[in-house]
Design a protein around this ligand. Structure first.
Ligand code: CAA
Length: 258
């Protein structure tokens, strides 16, 4: 399938989706968000894929929602059409792991989209920020909710209220990204991480992702109880049999198709 605003590649069991509106620094418009949903659902349903990577260009992951497209929207337009709500959150319904690979600007809706990935690996060129206040709006795709959960209230309030942009080193220090790599190695490094994840049991990866995401929505005891059920039910799966036998037999496990 070909897309207007995305470039899509498959590397072994890893799908790589690149946001591609270079002239607008990957500003996120309706068509791109619709296409992103289509591509994500396609790879999520593809049994040959074990991990998905979402990235942008060297200059920008995405510089935010498309300001030129929304400048003349009215409140009736945004409310009636459920602007943002209608097509920005497909990524949250993807069951397989999604890694965000961020180089350059991840601002506003770009930072919010990045935070909807399961974890982020940043190039040393990455810059994160929620500058919506400078264009007269609050964040609209989860910035006031996911940023404090990721980095704590003090840093989130600082970034959201001042529109300050932080660099990759600070993003790693405060826990927004899991790793920082040289910009010219970003895709190579993230593909290696994606391949590592895809080489193991996709079912287990889906369970881990589901359980971790629940930890943000539930009490500790309910979350631990859910995890315990997943763990106990794992003993009815081929992943557990293969993984544990392979360890004891001192060989590599074969999780193909699991
Ligand atoms: N929407 C539309 N177009 C954008 C854009 C955006 N968010 N960000 C950049 N562009 C366009 C610019 O208009 C420019 O287009 P032209 O060449 O046609 O003039 C092109 O991309 C290159 O941008 P700059 O010339 O500004 O590049 P720069 O290197 O000087 O600056 C930047 C880069 C600091 C990222 C600057 O472009 C910028 O501040 N962009 C806007 C960031 C922003 O405010 N994002 C939040 C948007 S609101 C939002 O996202 C709401 C939400 O929560 C969902």
């Amino acid at each position: 399938m070909s897309y207007q605003d995305l470039i899509v590649e498959v590397h072994d069991k890893v799908a790589l989706i690149r946001l591609n509106r270079p002239k607008a620094l990957n500003a996120l418009n309706d068509n791109m968000m619709n296409e992103l949903g289509e591509a994500l659902y396609k790879f999520d349903a593809d049994p040959a894929i074990g991990c998905i990577i979402l990235t942008g260009s060297e200059k920008a992951f995405a510089a935010g929602a498309d300001i030129a497209a929304m400048v003349d929207y009215t409140y009736p337009d945004t409310h009636r059409d459920n602007y943002i709500g209608r097509n920005w959150e497909h990524i949250l319904r993807v069951r397989k792991p999604v890694i965000g690979a961020v180089a350059g600007f991840a601002l506003g809706g770009g930072c919010e989209l990045a935070m909807m990935c399961d974890f982020l690996i940043a190039a040393d060129s990455a810059k994160f920020g929620q500058p919506e206040i400078k264009v007269g709006v609050p964040p609209g795709a989860g910035g006031t909710q996911r940023l404090p959960r990721a980095v704590g209230k003090a840093k989130a309030m600082d970034m959201l209220l001042t529109a300050r942009t932080i660099d990759a080193a600070e993003a790693e220090r405060i826990g927004l990204v899991s790793r920082v790599v040289p910009a010219d190695k970003l895709i190579e490094e993230v593909l290696a991480v994606g391949k590592q994840i895809a080489s193991m049991s996709t079912s287990v990866a889906i369970q881990i992702k589901d359980a971790v995401n629940r930890s943000f929505e539930t009490t500790l005891s309910q979350g631990v109880s859910y995890e315990r059920q997943l763990f106990q039910s794992a003993f009815g799966t081929p992943s557990q049999k293969e993984g544990m036998k392979a360890f004891l037999e001192k060989r590599l496990p074969n999780f193909e198709g699991l």
